[in-house]
Every structure is written in C-alpha cells, then in structure tokens.
Design a protein around this ligand. Sequence first.
Ligand code: TYM
Length: 334
Amino acid sequence: MRVLSGIQPTGNLHLGNYLGAIRNWVRMQDEMDSESQCFFFLADMHSITVHEGREARIRNVRDMAAALVAAGIDPDRSVLFNQARVPAHAELCWLLNGTARIGWLNRMTQFKDKVGKDREGASIGLFVYPVLQAADILLYNATHVPVGEDQKQHLELARDIATKFNTDFGIDLFTMPAPIIPKESARIMSLRDGSAKMSKSDPSDMSRINLTDDDDAIMQKVKKAKTDPEPLPEMAEGLAGRPEANNLVGIFATLTGRTPDAVCADFAGKGFGAFKPALGEVLVETLRPIRERFLELRTDDAALDAILDKGAMRAAAAAEPTLRAAYDAMGLMR
Ligand code: TYM
C-alpha cells in the first residue's frame, strides 16, 4: 500500500481540511504495516496559482508543516515534504501535458468555480493544476489517496491520464490510485452558508474554524454559526433541506465518533441554543492539543526545515525510478 496526499500551504489549516483529510492521513499512517509507505506533502507548486509574496510563502510552508506534525503526522514514519523541493513533480507534469486533453481539463469543476466569469484572465497554471496533481500521485505509484469530496474529480482525471499514458506507450507504468473519502466528513460546509464548503479562501473568517483559533474564538464562531429556528429532529433524516443544521450535526458526529442518528436522538426536540455549546466544547477539546503543539513547533524554523529537507530527499529517491521510466517510455532517454 502506498498512501499519498497533499495540501496547499495557503492560509490556515481549517476544520474542513482536518476532518475531510488530515485526520484520515494520521489514521492511515498509524495503521501502516511494514510493507506500506505514506507520503504527505505541501503543494506549494500548486499554490503559485494564488498570488503571494516571497516571505508569506516561506512562512506558510513552514506553518503548514508544523500544522501537519501537530495534527499527528510523524515525519519519521511518513515522508513529509514540500513539492517545490522535488523537481520530479514539475518534470512529470510536463510529460503528462502531452497526454492530458484540453476537453478533460475543461470539465474540471474546481477550475470553473475558481475562475468564475473571468476565464480569459485565469492563469494557465490554474488550468493545468490537475495535471500537476496527477503527476504528484502517479510519480509515487500511490494506491490510496485520502482526500475530501472536492478532490474526487481530480483523482478520476489522474486515473484517465494514467490509463491513456500506459496505453499510448504500451507500458504498464502507472498504478491506478483510489480515492479514500470519509463517509461523514467528506464535505464540511461553511458556518455562514450551508451550501458553500468551508474553505481557506472564504473572505469571512467566521465561516471557518481554524487550527489557530483559541478556545474563545471557537466558541464564538459556533455560537454565531447560521442555523434555523427548528429544534433538532429525532432522526438524521429530519435534517433534509436544513443544510446548516445538517452540517453542525455532522461535525458533532464526526468528532465524537457517533452516527448523526445517535446525535439527533440525544438532542431531539432541543433547539440549537442547547446544541451549540455542546458542539463548541467538543471542538475546543479536539483542537486545543493540536493548536498548542502547533504554536510550539512553529517557533523552531530550523527544526521544521530539517524535517522538510529530509522528507524531500526521501521523496526524490522514491520518485526517481518512475520519472526515469516515463522519460524512457517516451523515447526521451538514450
Ligand atoms: P486543499 O489544500 O484545498 O485541501 C486539502 C485537503 O482538505 C480537503 N478539504 C475538505 N474536506 C472536507 N470539507 C471541506 N470543506 C474541505 N476543504 C478541503 C481537500 O479535499 C483535501 O483533501 N488539490 C489539492 C492538493 C493536492 C493533492 C495532490 C491532493 C495537490 N496534489 C495530490 C491529493 C493528491 C488541494 O488543493 O487541497
């Protein structure tokens, strides 16, 4: 088993990232046997599609590394690195640009969502973003890719690219990666709008719970979260058509390891005035130890750089054979 996943080091790690992806990364790492390997990386080459100054980018990469370690990624057991330090990602991306079709990329919903109406003004990087993501995955022959729901289409594209490359060059080079998407927390929604996913790029900080939020901020955000005036239903099916209520119950269920039905049964007939403080408490208790560890780790840049240096060396060594084989299959090596 080869587990691989990435996160863009832009802004803070938020609850959506944690419950949708990172918690699963840690579980898979902790359940790994001696035959398996985990690769987790900061997608800083992807993040150039968002403009940022030099200093901010350097800080953000170190902060996200600290956040992942604080959340439970162990850089001795897992290979933790930033993409820019392993040039094989950019190289394989270029080779795969010969395989990926414009029509495939035109169908990517994330691209459409991100560019909105200004398609002509979007960067080429944003358009080919999913090809770099395919390279990230195929380079390591990843078999399992733990991600949130929003990455599913990119995973399907990676499989299409792998299949076409293997067929075009008559070689069984790339392994088919399978997305690992959690059942309950695949899509954590904004606290302000139950129809939008919780995201780093939402201009309202009240829409998300950040790993860096202190206990008071978490309680405040939960208290102010949008809900409806109805009480909680007896069963989760009573949450249909109530996206905000559904989201909060889903978060509570995920954090406590229970089903949404069990949570509803506990709070049935009570209003959100009673439910929110309980949810806030669970969030505070879950996030506090991660935040405290994060704040400690981010004070030691040298230690974070050492982790990323070592990770980049291990990743580059693992990526090299696949990259060479791809060049060779294409007749680019003599
Ligand atoms: P990114 O940085 O947007 O998000 C990192 C991970 O968090 C998940 N996620 C969520 N899950 C549930 N609810 C939410 N509201 C939510 N918001 C984010 C994402 O699904 C993701 O798993 N393109 C990727 C990074 C990437 C990558 C890769 C991932 C680059 N190369 C190769 C896997 C394999 C991204 O922008 O994730």
